[in-house]
Design a protein around this ligand. Sequence first.
Ligand code: 5GP
Length: 194
Amino acid sequence: MNFLEERILKDGVVKEGNVLKVDSFLNHQMDIELFDKMGEEFKRRFAEKPVNKILTIEASGIGIACMAARHFRVPVIFAKKTQSINLDGDMYVAEVESFTHKCKNNVIVSKKFLNEEDQVLIIDDFLANGCALQGMIQITQMAGATVSGIGIAIEKGFQSGGRIIRNLGFQLESLAIVESMDVKSGAIKFREQS
Ligand code: 5GP
């Protein structure tokens, strides 16, 4: 079991609706030592890949992306979410359905910060159905940039996102993959990873 899986077992709480609550160390209060270790591990897993930018989505991805960026020594771009947007031609915009908030958001990145020369590592906190990731992949591709890889802290392996994204041919690395979780007992099982 790795350091993140251990922490999830210690402090994660299984909620109704397939939600894993990790707000004491990842989503609200943030354990920066843990984030730093995650960044180091992403660097190890993507050591062979060219990466000159990290792309994430606000809000929960930002902290992890920033700590990862220290290991890659590259800037972080976070896609912004907004209800009303000014489509003035200077933005890449993709529509994303939120798993936790059950609503649709446009996610936006300024054209100033992403172009066809960029080799992008996409980072996020959770992977559920893959909508957030598909939005970021779309934005990267709209810019003509390359997705070098995708790093996720916690993948819920019993939801479809991981399979969809891997089937698209991307290198997707999730530090913890939850195979099953039980709201009654609170039990959490992880997928074995080499
Ligand atoms: P997806 O777009 O893959 O369906 O969902 C990914 C996004 O939803 C993540 O960025 C994350 O913020 C949120 N999310 C999905 N499932 C969970 C969960 O079980 N717990 C928490 N805390 N956030 C989740």
